[in-house]
Design a protein around this ligand. Sequence first.
Ligand code: NAP
Length: 461
Amino acid sequence: MLNTIKSSIGVVGLAVMGANIARNFASKEYKTSVYNRTFARTQELVNEFPDHLDGFEELKDFVESLELPRKIIVMVKSGQPVDELIIELLKYVDQDDIIIDCGNSYWKDTQRRQEQLKHKVHFIGCGVSGGSLGALHGPSIMPGGEKHVVDQLLPYLRHVVAKDFLLNPCVSNIGEGAAGHFVKMVHNGIEYALMQSIAEIYNILRSNKYSNEHMRIVFSKLNQGNLQSYLLDITEDILESKIENGDYLLDLVLDKAESKGTGGWTVISAIELGVSIPSLSSALFARYANSQDHITTMIHPIYENLSSQDNLDSTIDEFSKILELNFFASYIQGFELIQKASDEYSWKVDIHEVLRVWEGGCIIRSQMISTLQSYIKLNKTLQIDFLTKYAQYIPKIRHFISQTRVSMATTNASLDYILTFLAPRLPTNLIQAQRDYFGEHTYVRIDSGDTVTGGWNKSKG
Ligand code: NAP
């Protein structure tokens, strides 16, 4: 143990994320107490920063090492482990102490825990994005819960997070209740869609026999302007990574993408709230499809050469439009979902602040966030004008992708989303008419505003 001076903050759960958050606090000279169920991990970590990390084998000693009110960051596996840990912590914490669940917990679990822990301890559901390197060097942090409690945490969190475009810390009081974990969940849903849309471009290029180096050049040209982003940065790095014998590592990776739950929860939440998020859901289902064993060896798909290397610039222009459209559609579907949840559960989420917090540190950071900040300030008419710019790309994009035989699940979903958004009238009047015809489900007459039923010529039964 270091000495009798209490620690400013405590971290429980010292796998990759928790250890790096603790290292991050320690490097900012915060005295930090650390605890892990398996003590070996604690010992290993404390040896790195003996001056700023204080490790404990017993949870009771860990809790008692913290200054009041205690601020305990929980970074353990989501689900049952969080509940088990809370039961243990409750033996030692006071009512004014703060447990901050920084794992990827399902927001409904957070809601339940906040309810169960009322008058026992403060419980904050906190999204953290940036992966392990983000946790170490500066993540984007999304805490949600009682405002006065989150406000107590912000001075600490501000020192360990990334910076936004104006160099302010990428952390904010996201909203009440489970808003922090909900917003992180949607962040991950958007992440699925951005990754899938990049993979769709990669798929076209690969099917047209582009070399990895040539693909890297294409992605570096795409990684500009609105599309300049972390995900395109890492795609460039991945495309040039080689093993000792000179083979490309990416070519050795099995085409099975896993998912840990947040993408699925995003889609479930959208269904529950009745929000249309086709780009996000298509990306989730594309991942499931990619996990299936294929029988491609039996079929030789016919790929047509979309582009030769002589007209690369015009091809890049098409790819750029496809990606911009995908990025834009994915972010705005995410906002729709967050806004609906915030209204439904009275969380008071400020989308501008969410966007600001996503400007740095997080996996979905991109220059497009500046454009989106302007877009969401617009009224509906101006938003339609804005989206019309994207709609102008659509016929060309459709023509372009019609020439390829590769699946473009998210691109197609995004195109449809934009067209639906801009439609002066949707064809759902026919669907509601059919429902009324066979089931007397009623419909609203736009001439009178009345809800009525019947009036159909029922010659077909
Ligand atoms: P993880 O593999 O999700 O979890 C391992 C940690 O949980 C270990 O410290 C483990 O302790 C502890 N643990 C498991 N069951 C426990 C229990 N019943 N009681 C107490 N501790 C228990 O670790 P991670 O990848 O660092 O992620 C931590 C959290 O952050 C997760 O919720 C994850 O979804 C979220 N997250 C991860 C990333 C990422 O890039 N990895 C990014 C953002 C958020 P032992 O050492 O004793 O097994």
